[in-house]
Design a protein around this ligand. Structure first.
Ligand SMILES: [Zn+2]
Length: 391
């Protein structure tokens, strides 16, 4: 179900005040807010070297386990390292369908897509990647999308006439890359059983119908685009604890090899919450927190990115409130209540005002037009509004 702007969300707890309160508790934010208004506006908007990296903070994360007072211990990296440098939107409303594929795709089109979440189909409206490539006349290697599962493989390119396949993103499916390296799939190595723990494709959906990733194409992408051998990729993967660590490694490798100007990394470990194990959900949040800092630090250490990259971090949506009898708390995102629709976003980079807290409600769809304005390309079908604070 989609909730139009202006309609009130179900659920009784007003989150606005609490969001301001929890940020007051964040000493880092409080300490820097005094200087925020004196910093210059973004000096690089629309400049040729400007880059944008978007990180979605897992599949569904609630305030209670992140920025609310009791959750802050789970996100030391966001709180102490990234928040002081960021403009923070404390109330981002997702009014679309709360399924990860359709919601993440909607974030990327700036339109609440209405296709079946489980279908894995390409969106009807142009994606950010297509707007960027067409508007800026960029090659495919300039726009990369790191996707968490085969079901997300069609997110990088719409079916919209005049856009579509000639302008889509270079889509990377880290788990499918790894699968392709397993013995029996034409790949090298003998670590099949050890790698299986990284290969679970989804926590939620019973089936996907997005087609099968082709082993040959996966191996070609691994070796020619990412410039890593199957054996080396397996060696790296064996050191990792989770699929999101694998995605992050692939993203950093893509930065080193292709230095794309637009990169989208969809992290998804947090969605293990569907298993009902609260400890695994918290582990996922803590890991995602660490990976966000790792990505940011890698950007600062890379000459192609340092000083010219704006990073956005946002969950796709929240999860159900413990107080909603129609749900089962953190485990799912089925009710469409306020807790599951209300989340946050941080933006950081050169010229972005640091320590700024934006209290007014913004919309999940605002990301696309904002990035378009930042990089200098039009996003004509996107329905959100430009967030002027980060320009
Ligand atoms: Zn989920």
């Amino acid at each position: 179900m989609i909730f139009p702007k202006g309609s009130s969300l179900p659920g009784s707890s007003p989150l606005v005040w609490s969001r301001r309160e929890f940020l007051r508790l964040a000493s880092a934010c409080t300490a820097t807010s005094a200087v925020s208004s004196t910093l210059p506006l973004h000096a690089l908007a629309g400049s040729p070297g400007q880059k944008v990296v978007i990180v979605t903070f897992g599949g569904g994360a609630r305030d209670e386990e992140t920025f609310a007072p009791d959750g802050q211990e789970n996100i030391p990296g966001l709180l102490k390292t990234l928040l002081p440098q960021s403009t923070f939107y404390g109330q981002v409303i997702n009014r679309g369908i709360l399924g990860h594929y359709v919601a993440t795709t909607s974030l990327a089109t700036g339109v609440y897509e209405t296709f079946n979440n489980f279908s894995g189909v390409a969106p009807e409206h142009p994606t950010l990647f297509e707007y960027f490539r067409k508007g800026m006349q960029r090659e495919a290697r300039e726009a990369w999308l790191i996707s968490p599962s085969n079901g997300f493989r069609n997110m990088g390119c719409s079916t919209y006439r005049g856009f579509g396949s000639g302008y889509g993103a270079e889509v990377v499916l880290p788990k499918q890359l790894l699968q392709a390296t397993k013995p029996g799939n034409g790949g090298a190595g003998s670590n099949g059983a050890e790698l299986d723990r990284l290969l679970r494709d989804t926590y939620e959906e019973p089936h996907w119908n997005a087609g099968t990733a082709q082993t040959e194409m996966q191996l070609e992408q691994l070796e020619k685009m990412l410039r890593v051998s199957p054996a080396e990729f397996q060696k790296q993967a064996l050191t990792m604890q989770s699929a999101d660590e694998l995605s992050t490694w692939v993203a950093l490798q893509a930065m080193r090899q292709a230095a794309p100007s637009l990169m989208w990394i969809t992290l998804h470990d947090i969605d293990v919450a569907h298993s009902g194990a609260y400890s695994l959900y918290i582990d996922g949040i803590q890991r995602t927190d660490r990976l966000c800092v790792e990505i940011w630090n890698a950007l600062q250490a890379d000459a192609e990115y340092a000083g010219r990259t704006t990073m956005f971090v946002l969950p796709d949506f929240g999860r159900d409130s413990d107080m909603n009898p129609a749900g089962n708390g953190f485990q799912h995102h089925r009710t469409g209540d306020r807790a599951s629709r209300t989340t946050w976003m941080m933006a950081l980079g050169p010229g972005v005002r640091q320590g700024l807290f934006v209290e007014r409600a913004v919309d999940s769809l605002d990301l696309v037009p904002t990035v378009g304005r930042l990089l200098g390309f039009p996003t004509p079908l996107a329905q959100g509004n430009v967030l002027n604070e980060v320009l």
